[in-house]
Design a protein around this ligand. Structure first.
Ligand SMILES: [Zn+2]
Ligand SMILES: [Zn+2]
Length: 125
């Protein structure tokens, strides 16, 4: 299924073919800082993406970088250097995604201000 997404200012637009096989909500500290809460994402091979507009990359760790719009600041992508695929923000998708969460990840690092109250499987790391 083709999904279409964009940032708040529309300078960055992307299309991704697929991405619904591994839909995760990440509760790690970096995702919570960047998103304001936990971060929900899909994952697709690099070749499945068609991205227009400037994406700026932040080297978040020695192993991964985070892509955002330099104009409006929307966090759009997370990419591990060692993988030929990357994650995209589900919140950036325009219109219905037709997807459901498959897992909560890094729940060990979740904030103390909320509970995970659904039946979606949880991974501590
Ligand atoms: Zn933008
Ligand atoms: Zn995370």
């Amino acid at each position: 299924m083709m999904l279409e997404g964009s940032c708040n200012c529309q300078n960055v637009r992307f299309r991704v073919d697929g991405g619904g096989d591994s839909v995760a909500a990440c509760h790690c500290g970096q995702c919570r800082k960047q998103s304001g809460h936990y971060w929900a994402s899909g994952y697709a091979p690099d070749a499945a993406y068609d991205i227009t507009g400037e994406v700026r990359w932040f080297e978040a760790s020695p192993t991964a970088k985070r892509g955002f719009c330099p104009n409006c600041g929307c966090f759009l992508f997370w990419k591990a250097h060692a993988e030929d695929g990357m994650s995209f923000s589900l919140g950036a998708i325009d219109g219905p995604t037709g997807l459901r969460l498959h897992k909560h990840i890094f729940t060990r690092w979740k904030g103390d201000y909320y509970d995970i109250a659904d039946d979606v499987p949880q991974q501590e790391d």
